[in-house]
Design a protein around this ligand. Structure first.
Ligand code: PLP
Length: 381
């Protein structure tokens, strides 16, 4: 199967690298291979590239460059924010709050912290996947030190009212972290508008390279370092920087943001066409997530009476790539915790597919995928 006949609609798992980002990275993998910590002029050239990427990323999210710290991925950013913050504040309390639909990168941090005496409360969501201010407030107790609620969900696309939820945490002087891995580059993200203290991001979700991400840390937040070693990242995150990755990440994010409104319109049109076509051909189909507060171009659809995984493999044979849910869970056979949290029956959860379009898809792809799903569904069901 070559690139022309393939329809890739699994962009919430990962995206194709932006060609400008790819080109921007190449010199730092070849001629400009110096270590940004080296004092000579060759090293200083790499340092300049890292610092200009930091400035560009900061500008894209309304932060200052001193608030951006490069990491190896979204998972590392989440681990750093949650584990280090929880431990730093442990004298004040050992209770943490997150939503029931967080990514495993957050949920498994909370489980790991249990061994150090921490306890967590997972806030329930409504049937659209939204966390309410009152439920968040009810989950917080006097020993709560950290709230972590994702900006956009990776399985159903629901976008939370983070400014409203931050207000609740702020009124109790509790630190707020958001996992914005699925949101950055896809919807407007400004840390001042969100009001968060910590925010995680990952380049490969917005057409950047894999293996690089960043953590935003508000200047006033005292977050201890996570990786111990040299004095990289102002002493907060040791390890020689992935210069090419950082340069590629900044370029990809800038490109996404520069055509954000246009991309959103295109993606909304694809999602609309896909949903209309599916509804027309499979009237029993159910769409998950919030109808309006959602990521553009992400559709979670549940089809009664079939296995989503079987459908996925049949689509694969036709050169169409989608997902049954989160890519990181694809080896788990258990029902998705996200679909369970929105109260979908296990039978419907099993028949769920996630179709996530990118700016490189088009309306024709949306219709082709819907028609192919409908054709296969009618044979399977
Ligand atoms: N958080 C969310 C919401 C995600 O969707 C993902 C990846 O799918 C991650 C965190 C982990 O990011 P990474 O793959 O960069 O470690």
């Amino acid at each position: 199967m070559d690139g022309k006949t393939r329809i890739y609609a699994d962009n919430a798992s990962t995206t194709e690298i932006d060609s400008l980002a790819f080109e921007a990275m190449l010199p730092y993998l070849q001629d400009k291979y110096s270590n940004p910590s080296s004092l000579h002029s060759f090293g200083r050239a790499a340092r300049k590239a890292v610092e200009s990427a930091r400035l560009e990323i900061a500008e894209c999210i309304g932060a200052t460059p001193q608030e951006i710290f490069f990491t190896s991925c979204g998972t590392e950013s989440d681990n750093w924010a949650i584990k280090s913050m929880a431990k730093a504040l442990s004298e004040k309390g050992k209770h943490l709050v997150a939503s029931a639909i967080e990514h495993k990168a957050v949920l498994n941090c909370l489980s790991a912290l249990e061994q150090d005496g921490f306890a967590e409360t997972l806030v329930p969501v409504d049937s659209c996947g939204l966390v309410s201010k009152s439920n968040l407030s009810a989950a917080m107790i006097s020993g709560t030190t950290l709230v972590s609620i994702m900006l956009a969900n990776n399985e159903i696309g629901t976008v939370q009212d983070i400014p409203g939820l931050v207000e609740v945490a702020r009124s109790r002087k509790v630190v707020f972290h958001t996992d914005a891995v699925q949101a950055i580059g896809h919807i407007p993200v400004n840390v001042a508008v969100l009001g968060v203290d910590l925010l995680s991001a990952s380049a490969h979700k917005f057409n950047g390279p894999k293996g690089v991400g960043f953590l935003f840390k508000r200047n006033e937040v005292l977050l201890p370092s996570f990786m111990n070693g040299g004095y990289q990242e102002a002493g907060f995150r040791a390890g020689t920087e992935n210069v090419a990755g950082i340069v590629g990440m900044a370029c990809a994010l800038k490109n996404h943001i520069s055509s954000l409104a246009e991309n959103i319109n295109r993606l909304e049109s694809m999602a609309f066409r896909f949903k209309s076509r599916i509804s027309e051909k499979i009237p029993a189909a159910i769409f998950n997530g919030h109808p309006t507060q959602c990521l553009p171009g992400m559709v979670s659809v549940s089809l009664p009476g079939i296995s989503g995984e079987s459908l996925l493999h049949l689509l694969d044979l036709k050169g169409i790539y989608v997902s049954t849910g989160a890519a990181c869970n694809s080896k788990d056979t258990v029902v998705s915790h996200v679909l369970r949290a929105i109260n979908l029956s296990d039978a419907l959860s099993t028949g769920t597919l996630r179709v996530s379009f990118s700016k490189d898809n088009n309306d024709e792809d949306a219709v082709t995928i819907a028609d192919t799903i409908a054709g296969l569904y009618n044979k399977l069901a």
